[in-house]
Every structure is written in structure tokens, then in C-alpha cells.
Design a protein around this ligand. Structure first.
Ligand code: ZN
Length: 191
């Protein structure tokens, strides 16, 4: 039996943010497809109690591509942005509110890494990097291009929130492409 490492609030925000983009019926269809129909009427609460395994979480993310088909990447990015909006509204980012610019962005991403127990946000030289060897969101997905665009949505929305202008995130490595990790860099928006 795998260990319960995922808190209720992480599952809840992922489910609610997916509903923001797919609508109520779209969400219900996706949850059925993933074998998670129980969540349709019984959503997890917003507590930090860890009731779920990585498998539960990844069942949603790794089925997303099969379920949506072409266009999944763009939609997944929108789910990421919606996730951040919900997290900001919840007040969870208060500890980094008073930082500015890149420090605020890095602080928020470090909180994300802590809350999910995945990855590390750091500077490599001048470049801001989110390195995620533990990404299992793309488990069972094979692709020629990176697919974990939910993180791009999260990073891009947090860059905007931190008022870091003219920058965006790109996924430079993805397990779906056969890499050993998923990895993101913040680059100039016109790159
Ligand atoms: Zn990936």
C-alpha cells in the first residue's frame, strides 16, 4: 500500500480548478473516466490532513491527456492558472506577500514544492529553475514534446502575481519524453 502523502486541500483545489475550466459536467465525466466517481458528490475538505496517495492524485493528471485528447496541454495550463487564483484567494501565500519580484515568485514556488512534497525551486546561475524529479503527473504518458503544462500555468500565473514582467516558463525536460525528470526554466517571454 502506498503512503498517504497528499493532503486533502491539494486534491480539493485540483478538482475545483478543473471544474473552473471543464465545467460541472466535464469534471464529472473526467472523474468517471479516472475511476474517481466518488469525488463527484463528495469532495475532500480544505484541511492539511493527508488522506490521499500519489496514485490518487496522478490518476487525475495522467488520465487528463487520454480523456481530453488534442488540446489537453492548453487546457491543463488553464487549470494551473486557475489553481493559483484559488490558492491566492485562500490566503495561503501570505508568508511571501511582502517579498518583491523574483524573490516573491521563488518564495511562492518553494511553498508549492513544500505543499506538494515535489521538486525544488532554485536559481542555477541567473536562471530560475523548478526541478521536479518526483513528477508522476505524466506517468504512463508518452510524448515527443513536454506535457506537464499544469506547472507552466502555475508558474506563469505566479510570475504575473509577483510582477515579474516579460518572462514566462518553459518545460525543458519531461518524463513523458523519456527524461529522468520534469524541469522548468523561466525565460524571456519572446524566447
Ligand atoms: Zn513532465
Amino acid at each position: 500500500m502506498s503512503e498517504k502523502t497528499v493532503s486533502n486541500i491539494i486534491m480539493r483545489i485540483l478538482i475545483d480548478s478543473t471544474e473552473d475550466i471543464l465545467g460541472k459536467n466535464g469534471l464529472a465525466a473526467l472523474l468517471k473516466y479516472c475511476g474517481l466517481s466518488d469525488f463527484i458528490d463528495n469532495r475532500p475538505d480544505f484541511s492539511l490532513v493527508k488522506n490521499y496517495t500519489d496514485d490518487d492524485l496522478n490518476r487525475i493528471t495522467s488520465n487528463f491527456y487520454d480523456f481530453i485528447g488534442p488540446g489537453a496541454k492548453a487546457i491543463f495550463r488553464m487549470v494551473g492558472k486557475s489553481t493559483v487564483k484559488r490558492v491566492i484567494d485562500s490566503g495561503a501565500l501570505a508568508p511571501v506577500m511582502n517579498l518583491k519580484g523574483e524573490e516573491k515568485f521563488i518564495g511562492a514556488m518553494q511553498m508549492y514544492a513544500l505543499a506538494t512534497g515535489k521538486g525544488e525551486m532554485k536559481r542555477v546561475g541567473n536562471v530560475m529553475v523548478y526541478d521536479n524529479p518526483a513528477c508522476a503527473g505524466c506517468a504512463h504518458v508518452k510524448s515527443e514534446v513536454p506535457v506537464c503544462s499544469i506547472i507552466n500555468g502555475i508558474m506563469d500565473r505566479l510570475l504575473a502575481w509577483s510582477e515579474v514582467e516579460g518572462m514566462r516558463s518553459i518545460e525543458t525536460k519531461c518524463k513523458a519524453m523519456g527524461d529522468d525528470r520534469c524541469c522548468y526554466e523561466v525565460v524571456a517571454a519572446d524566447t
